[in-house]
Design a protein around this ligand. Structure first.
Ligand SMILES: [Zn+2]
Length: 131
């Protein structure tokens, strides 16, 4: 039997997912694709089709925002599912350091910038500095 409490909880969850889903704009998604060189953030593979993946899964309290979404290939997206990102990457023997360094740079550029154009410049500067 479905209790009233259970029903309310599932409605709340649905609302939360819906609200979270509306955070990433199409423009931000295009920016993210460019920031990751149109490659999968996890394996670095270049695929025609890249999917939006939440680094911290929605089920783990992650949000559907420019700071939490990365492009992922279909294979990585399906494999990672709701797993915690670093333990999953270690298990799959993916380059965790490469991913985290770039992700931190991308998040930093977005946070410190007033708009995406500004963020592009900040990211380019950060990449030159790192070289
Ligand atoms: Zn991948």
């Amino acid at each position: 039997m479905v209790s009233r409490r259970h029903l309310l909880a599932s409605r709340r969850r649905a609302r939360r997912v819906k609200a979270a889903n509306n955070d990433l704009s199409a423009q931000q998604w295009r920016w993210l694709l460019a920031a990751w060189n149109h490659a999968c953030a996890y394996c670095g593979g270049q695929y025609a089709e890249l999917q939006k993946d939440c680094v911290h899964a929605i089920s783990r309290g992650g949000r559907y925002t420019v700071e939490n979404v990365v492009p992922a290939c279909r294979s990585c997206n399906a494999s990672k599912c709701n797993a915690e990102v670093t333990s999953w990457m270690r298990r799959k023997r993916l380059d965790e350091k490469r991913f985290l360094e770039r992700w931190v740079m991308i998040i930093g550029s977005v946070r410190d910038s007033s708009d995406l154009e500004d963020a592009t410049l900040a990211l380019a500067a950060a990449m030159i500095e790192k070289r």
